[in-house]
Design a binder for this molecule. Structure first.
Ligand code: NAD
Length: 255
């Protein structure tokens, strides 16, 4: 068990990549706080799977874009499990729209969840980790689009590009507290966020042609990298993005 005696928060852990990370962390011995948004969102499936192998978790409803809810997430983790060691900022949303037509309120909402959220949760978490004095791990689920432009996805790409520089900047600031900060940059992973692509075979075919390994990634594959970055083995790794994209960022378009 690589995360024994640790306490981890995973945001947006009711589905997709966050769910896979929460389950895998619990399998590795971490006590896991399963964050979800509430109302239409339910953490039940994640909690049930963790309980099925005797893992420890609590579910907390917190919209990461709201300061008081982000703080409450950290407070609930500490109240339940006594400390906080690992945060995975996974919650994210996406909306595609031509740049010239992009509605301001939608643009701001995406920035609020994908960038302000990790700022709020990481800030509250770092304050707790500094008080504990034993270091910590902040891991953001970014995207290949922290680097790669995607037409019609200006808000999402901007949020992930911002997340890259938030990560790099606070990695330097927090190093003296032995808190490491890294990004995971997935390519195309088969989850609900890609429902628009999955529903259109021609779009899916075009996407696969951009991926040298020629398939979707699996949420469990992202979880494997997250476990490594959260573990003691990654103690000397900070300030970088680790892409996991089937070679998408390296494809030349001519082969
Ligand atoms: P998903 O839609 O299954 O998961 C997103 C989760 O975030 C959901 O559980 C949702 O309820 C939660 N969420 C949304 N708004 C929230 C808020 N305000 N507060 C808390 N939680 C909130 O999709 P996913 O693919 O698992 O996405 C997870 C992360 O991975 C996202 O940050 C996404 O940008 C990133 N990512 C996904 C892919 C992919 O191809 N699936 C690729 C690159 C990056």
């Amino acid at each position: 068990m690589r995360l024994k005696n640790t306490v981890a928060i995973v945001t947006g852990a009711s589905s997709g990549i966050g769910q896979a990370i929460a389950i895998r962390f619990a399998r590795e011995g971490a006590a896991v706080v399963v964050d979800y948004v509430g109302d239409a969102d339910t953490p039940a499936a994640t909690e049930m799977q963790i309980a099925s192998f005797g893992g420890r978790s609590i579910a907390v409803a917190a919209d990461v874009s709201k300061p008081e809810e982000a703080q409450n997430l950290i407070d609930r983790a500490v109240a339940a499990f006594g400390r906080l060691d690992i945060v995975v900022n996974n919650a994210g949303i996406e909306k595609k729209c031509d740049f010239v037509d992009y509605p301001l309120d939608e643009w701001q909402k995406i920035l609020a969840v994908n960038l302000v959220g990790p700022f709020l949760v990481s800030q509250a978490a770092a304050r707790q980790m500094i008080v504990q004095g034993q270091g910590g791990r902040l891991i953001n689920i970014s995207s290949v689009h922290e680097d790669l432009p995607m037409p019609t996805n200006s808000a999402y790409c901007s949020s992930k590009g911002g997340l890259r520089m938030l990560m790099r900047t606070i990695a330097v600031e927090l190093a003296k507290h032995r808190i490491t900060v890294n990004n995971i940059g997935p390519g195309a992973v088969f989850t609900p966020i890609d429902a628009d692509v999955e529903a259109k075979p021609e779009m899916e075919k075009a996407l696969m042609a951009e991926i040298p390994l020629n398939r979707w990634g699996k949420p469990e594959e992202i979880a494997g990298l997250a476990v490594f970055l959260a573990s003691d083995e990654a103690a000397y790794i900070t300030g970088s993005t680790y892409f996991i994209d089937g070679g998408m960022l390296r494809q030349s378009g001519s082969y």
